[in-house]
Design a protein around this ligand. Structure first.
Ligand code: PLP
Length: 361
């Protein structure tokens, strides 16, 4: 159990100041989608508009996309802002929160910042980083208020199916807890076309955004899907955070949501080209061992021999390539590789990674 209040994110500082490289495999999203590709005219770019408890056309577009009532949609600043707002609404100081490990560091630091007592349950490499309901059942207690998971899993790209999530929901409900599912990578499981876990019951709360799968991070278009009563509480709490969002970004987000199939096609094509390059690297007895069945933009292989810090330094200094050291996910023997970038860059980055791994092992 950890409960020390956190006032910063070591991972975010590293990502913002030290992850850049010519061959950047440290990012977890799809290459940025250019504004020029969106059918935007200057008339669309109005600066001020009716955005109070949500800009109605944006709320409607998000609701329609997920087949949920507009009263269940809360717009927020990216998935990060959505996670923060959702957790701030659901967690009181001293509440127990169960969070998967490994996971995206900001989820843990945000819960700790909010004064939660955080318990972790493992998604193990040996089990393909799968979510294991039994582990959650063993860790959950009567004072647990929230269980937090990611789907797809960051950092491994493991997919969790609906029946497993439903089982986790039943365990949580029995203990009087809710389940928060961060689905920022979910739409990248193109072949499965999964639906949001919001539909599994009103004890499920979902967060997502246009960031990772659509290359639209700059819009900061995030959302929470929650039961209407909860959503209402989130809107009210949001008044303490930022009052209203940048309206211009809301307008462009509506246009992006109206063209999402085209944007998704580009992402699907990019992953279709880049995933076999990654599979080839793992298949080459490269000194990196990955889980099978991963999907989406990231992988989290184990370095079979040698130290990850040493590999990352060599990669950066000699090969102008960056990956994310597993220590940021609490698993120092692994590294996270992102494959959402331009294919030529990803291909060269993976080839340099392969050379660096052989050099240190
Ligand atoms: C699981 C997870 N949630 C949220 C985010 C941040 O998303 P956004 O840019 O929409 O705030 C990330 C970014 O890496 C992430 O990995």
């Amino acid at each position: 159990m950890i409960s020390e209040r956190v006032m910063s994110s070591k991972y975010m500082e590293w990502a913002k100041t030290r992850s850049k490289a010519r061959f950047n495999l440290a990012t977890s999203g799809i290459d940025s989608y250019p504004l020029a590709e969106l059918p935007v005219t200057i008339e669309d770019l109005e600066i001020s508009g009716p955005s109070f408890y949500g800009y109605p056309p944006l709320v409607k577009a998000i609701a329609e996309r997920h087949g949920v009532p507009p009263e269940s949609v809360v717009a927020a600043t990216g998935t990060s802002g959505s996670n923060h707002l959702a957790m701030a609404t659901l967690i009181q100081t001293g509440d127990e929160v169960l969070i998967e490990t490994p996971t995206y560091e900001l989820i843990v630091s945000t819960a700790l910042y909010l004064g939660a007592r955080v318990r972790r349950f493992e998604r193990s490499f040996e089990n393909g980083f799968r979510l294991d309901p039994e582990r959650i059942e063993r860790t959950i207690g009567n004072s647990t208020k929230l269980v937090v998971v990611t789907n797809l899993h960051n950092p491994s790209g493991a997919f969790t199916d609906e029946s497993t999530l439903r089982e986790i929901g039943q365990i949580a409900r029995k203990a009087g807890a809710r389940v928060l599912v961060d689905e920022v990578y979910l739409d990248a499981a193109f072949d499965l076309a999964p639906r949001t876990s919001f539909h599994l019951g009103d004890h499920f709360i979902v967060t997502s955004s246009l960031t990772k799968v659509y290359g639209l991070s700059g819009l900061r278009c995030g959302w929470i899907l929650a039961a209407p009563e909860l959503a209402e509480r989130m809107w009210r709490l949001n008044d303490l955070f930022g009052v209203i969002p940048a309206h211009l970004a809301e307008r462009v987000s509506v246009i992006a949501l109206g063209n999402l199939e085209k944007i998704a096609d580009r992402s699907g094509a990019l992953l279709g080209a880049n995933t076999p390059l990654l599979d080839r690297l793992f298949g080459d007895s490269s000194g990196l061992t990955s889980i099978t069945g991963r999907r989406g933009t990231v992988a989290f292989p184990r370095l079979d021999c040698g130290r990850v810090d040493e590999l990352c330094n060599l990669l950066r200094d000699k090969y102008e390539t960056s990956v994310v050291p597993g220590k940021f996910f609490g698993v120092p023997g692994h590294l996270r590789i992102g494959i959402g970038g331009d294919t030529e860059m990803v291909s060269e980055g993976l080839s340099r990674l392969s050379t660096a791994v052989s050099e240190i092992t």
